[in-house]
Design a protein around this ligand. Structure first.
Ligand code: SF4
Length: 219
């Protein structure tokens, strides 16, 4: 598989705000009750000029303790399968929809997503990736604005305005389900193939409005 190191994606969109500025605005955020139980805010980590941005759901136990997303077993799984797409951790940026861990890893509540998601939106606007990989249902539902389940959405790319979105399983969930792990790995190979066929200095992918029909742009 061709192309692959993506050290610094040179994009045309002016960065209106830097990641540091967004983190500065977040400060010691208390916009939702999750501040009461968190150990550390998990803002996000990676290449601020990444061509591929990964979005997960919320910090888990290890992430909460270390203040970094995708550490522990889920992070190890992600690191391993990144190579299937020809990517390394330093090529990408990773953030979650929620920046603080829900107690006991319960699902995020709508009001928590509402409170926290402006930070993610600003991160996406700052990084302005070409491709957003959503990991698991909550991140996928947030980015694609749909309630359709991940098993129906994965395995293809979706156009969402400027962004090409690739929904796939969360690496932590895939560790508990070998069939999902196989599909996750297949999706990452598909991502690698897409990147090889769409070098960043190649033709611009036409952006089409996203709809409930979820237009298929790549197979
Ligand atoms: S989850 Fe987000 S909105 Fe809630 S306290 Fe943490 S940073 Fe603030």
């Amino acid at each position: 598989m061709g192309v692959m190191h993506i050290p610094g994606h040179d994009k045309q969109k002016p960065r209106e705000v830097t990641l540091e500025e967004i983190r500065g605005v977040m400060g010691d955020c208390r916009l939702c009750p999750l501040y009461e139980t968190r150990t550390k805010i998990v803002f996000g980590v990676g290449n601020p000029r990444a061509r591929v941005m990964f979005v997960g759901e919320a910090p888990g136990r290890n992430e909460d303790l270390q203040g970094e997303p995708f550490v522990g077993r889920a992070g190890e799984n992600l690191n391993a399968i990144l190579s299937l797409a020809g990517l390394k951790r330093e090529d990408i940026y990773i953030a979650n929809v929620l920046k603080c861990r829900p107690p006991g890893n319960r699902n995020p509540r709508p009001e928590e997503v509402l409170a926290c998601s402006p930070f993610l939106r600003e991160q996406i606007r700052s990084i302005w990736p070409d491709i957003i990989v959503t990991l698991g249902n909550p991140a996928t539902h947030f980015v694609l604005k749909t309630e359709i389940g991940i098993t129906k959405l994965r395995g293809r790319f979706h156009q969402m305005g400027h962004f090409v979105v690739m929904p796939t399983f969360h690496p932590a969930a895939a560790l508990r389900n070998p069939a999902w792990q196989e599909l996750l790995e297949a999706d990452f190979r598909m991502l690698g193939d897409y990147l090889a066929r769409h070098p960043e200095d190649g033709p611009v992918i036409p952006a089409t409005a996203h709809s409930d029909a979820l237009p298929r742009v790549e197979e």
